[in-house]
Design a protein around this ligand. Structure first.
Ligand code: PGA
Length: 238
């Protein structure tokens, strides 16, 4: 399965970051360009600029969220169709920072459905909190999130396993724990679904994580803000 290296810029970046995809692309040897799928998910405000800037590179641009409906009276919201119209290819749905703000698996499922409707691929995020892991219920929690977040009759989708306690903390899950959880998720979703790991992935730990069985790529927050770091991670994805 072709690995997917996905950067999640979160609420970072102004228009003067428009040239970053090209800077990043120029750091990748041609082998990685074709063997690894690269995605950058900037804030909504930069999607148009980045889609334009990434033309002529192999880098794809995605979004970090969408509304479940196609259009209507939803002040401040953005639909999957609007993102498709801008040239986005993927939408991250159910990131733990959104789940923590009240988004349920039902909401995530509707958003994933909206992505399918618009012809985009959702990256459905799941992951347990530290309390849930310490209570021994990590697999149960992740399975429930997955079954609740995948719409009926799904199209192509990606799962990102991101233990909440490893996001933005510098604390990375042990490779053995990642392997166990990814095997567990693989049993649930089958062989065709790409499974990403996320949570403090950096150039220094990406090699081991990406070599773990059933890990088909990474979702990268902090380290995706620097073209050099993202390129160093992508180079290890082969
Ligand atoms: P991080 O974020 O790499 O900064 O831990 C990952 C994510 O939230 O997707």
């Amino acid at each position: 399965m072709r690995p997917l290296i996905a950067g999640n810029w979160k609420m970072n970046g102004r228009t003067d970051w428009t040239d970053r995809p090209v800077a990043f692309d120029s750091l990748l040897p041609s082998r990685e360009r074709t063997s690894v799928e690269i995605l950058i998910c900037p804030p909504f405000t930069l999607i148009s600029n980045l889609v334009e800037a990434a033309k002529g590179t192999d880098i794809q641009i995605g979004a970090q969220n969408c509304h479940a409906n196609e259009a209507g009276a939803h002040t401040g919201e953005i639909s999957a169709e609007m993102l498709a119209d801008l040239g986005a290819a993927y939408i991250i749905v159910g990131h733990s920072e959104r789940r923590a703000a009240g988004e349920s698996s039902d909401d995530v499922s509707l958003k994933a459905q909206a992505a399918f409707r618009a012809g985009l691929t959702p990256i459905i995020c799941v992951g347990e909190t530290l309390e849930e892991r310490e209570a021994g219920s990590a697999k149960e929690i992740v399975s429930a999130q997955i079954s609740g977040s995948i719409p009926e009759n799904p199209n192509k989708f990606v799962i990102a396993y991101e233990p909440v306690w490893a996001i933005g903390t510098g604390r990375v899950a042990e490779v053995g724990d990642i392997a166990q959880m990814h095997e567990h998720i693989r049993e649930q979703v089958g062989p065709a679904v790409r499974l990403l790991y996320g949570g403090s992935v950096k150039p220094g730990n990406a090699g081991d994580i990406l070599a773990t069985p059933n890990v088909n790529g990474a979702l990268i927050g902090g380290a995706s803000l620097k073209a050099e770091d993202l390129a160093a991670i992508a180079r290890q994805a082969l």
